[in-house]
Design a protein around this ligand. Structure first.
Ligand code: EPZ
Length: 417
């Protein structure tokens, strides 16, 4: 159990380098198995989810190790196409290995965890697309076995721009006969990052980052290197922390375009936002103004992953903010915990209504999920007195050195393991 201790009231000042993207790293680590290759990945964050992915690679027979922020993978020795329940349980997004193993071995056996803290998390879009490509898929009590003698390229139309389904299809399609076109694909920056990695592997793939992706062919590069893009959600989290606590923080190594919707909202709330090509400076006097309506949407809309941390930043914003969460059915689990700090939030279905309060008081909280836990830390920075957060390893799944990086900016925070 991790225990976060935060004493609020300090302004945040200084510069902070933002880690590489968790949600770009995980599909790229899975993609390393689509053909025998030695991959060197740079700027990979040191996270529990990355560790879990590398353990899956080693279970499959690959060599995979992380040294600092560099990851070295050799997928040549791959000798297994089944991932046990114990490894799948550690990280839901391991479903991405299905497409990768189908491409490499023509077979994949996974044990899928049920829902998670955010909701049911079905994979029907993944399975329908792979079946349309000719995969035979049997589902039996959460155990999934897929087989495809030869996947066939085809025209796919996604009913929803699922990030994971888009990634799974991209990986499987690298081994399909003929051309695969994904219509209605997810457009997140992490998709374009995966597309670039696959091109380095020798795949012919176009349109990644748009809603139509064309995949024509196989991988064959035996050696490649790739630098992971910056994490737009971690960048958003630090920006929200500066807004909540007040201060003047420069985020380095970021792509402002990747989280421009979050920056626009913070600007509306009264922050000064100054961007260069690779940095964002956030200045806040600490007293924010409520921003009215915010709706989460698939990229390039407002990101669902930033919804909890933005909520935390606006708890004292003068006036009324209404958030509509359109992506996950259960992404307000942080609300009862934030209320313990004195926040005025009411939820009904997809909607959360926040009225700014004059002050928040530190309290004992329990982290509910990755971004909910980060939101509690952000709120604690803007609360009077001490906030203690019991966290069953959620936050360190996605935030590298979060306590020391916030401390370097002046926050009074430490993490007790
Ligand atoms: C990815 O999850 C991210 N995870 C999530 O980040 C992120 O919130 C999400 O995309 C949306 O941007 C990783 O990249 C590892 P989806 P994913 O498939 O792929 C429904 C974080 O905090 N759906 O786009 O699972 C689904 O239930 C995590 O870093 C179906 O109905 O997201 C959800 O309501 C949390 N059927 C919605 O679509 C399907 O087959 C979005 O899911 C697939 C998804």
């Amino acid at each position: 159990m991790d225990i976060w201790h935060i004493r609020g009231g300090n302004r945040l000042e200084g510069a902070c380098f933002v880690q590489g993207s968790k949600n770009a790293s995980l599909p790229i680590i899975a993609a390393a198995v689509i053909s025998p290759a030695r991959s060197e990945l740079m700027n990979v964050p040191q996270l529990r989810d990355v560790d879990a992915s590398l353990r899956i690679l080693r279970h499959l027979g690959c060599t995979a190790e992380q040294i600092g922020n560099d990851v070295y993978i050799d997928s040549g020795p791959l000798a297994e196409n089944a991932i046990p329940h114990s490894l799948m349980l550690e990280m839901r997004s391991s479903v991405i290995f299905m497409g990768a193993l189908l491409a490499r071995c023509g077979e994949a056996r996974l044990s899928l965890p049920g829902g998670c803290q955010l909701g049911r998390r079905p994979i029907d879009i993944h399975l329908a697309a792979l079946r349309q490509m000719g995969a035979e898929i049997e589902e039996n009590g959460g155990e999934i076995s897929c087989r495809a003698v030869r996947l066939q390229g085809t025209q796919l139309h996604l009913p929803f721009p699922s990030v994971g389904a888009t990634e799974n299809i991209m990986l499987a399609a690298t081994a399909a006969e003929g051309e695969t076109v994904i219509h209605g694909a997810a457009r997140e920056p992490e998709i374009a990052a995966l597309g670039e990695y696959l091109r380095r592997m020798g795949c012919r793939i176009y349109g990644d980052g748009t809603d139509t992706i064309v995949i024509q062919g196989h991988a064959c590069e035996p050696e490649l290197s790739y630098r992971i893009i910056p994490d737009r959600i971690v960048a958003s989290t630090f920006a929200c922390a500066a807004a909540a606590a007040g201060g003047d923080v420069e985020l380095r190594g970021v792509d402002p375009e990747h989280f421009s919707t979050v920056l626009h909202v913070l600007k509306r709330a009264g922050c000064d936002i100054m961007c260069t090509k690779r940095s964002v400076r956030v200045r806040s006097g600490g007293q924010l103004t409520a921003v009215g309506d915010i709706c989460t949407r698939p990229y390039p809309g407002f990101p669902t992953d930033a919804q909890p941390v933005l909520m935390a930043a606006l708890l004292k914003a003068r006036g009324r903010t209404v958030i509509t969460e359109n992506i996950f059915e259960n992404r307000y689990r942080q609300v009862p915990e934030l209320r313990r700090l004195g926040a005025d939030i009411s939820t009904s279905g997809k909607t959360a209504e926040i009225w700014g309060v004059d002050r928040l008081r530190g309290a004992s909280l329990t982290a509910t999920d990755l971004r909910g836990g980060a939101a509690m830390i952000v709120a604690g920075l803007g609360a009077e007195g001490e906030t203690v957060i019991c966290d069953d390893g959620h936050v360190t799944r996605g935030y590298e050195h979060f306590d020391s990086r916030l401390r370097a900016l002046g926050a009074d925070i430490y993490l007790e393991h």
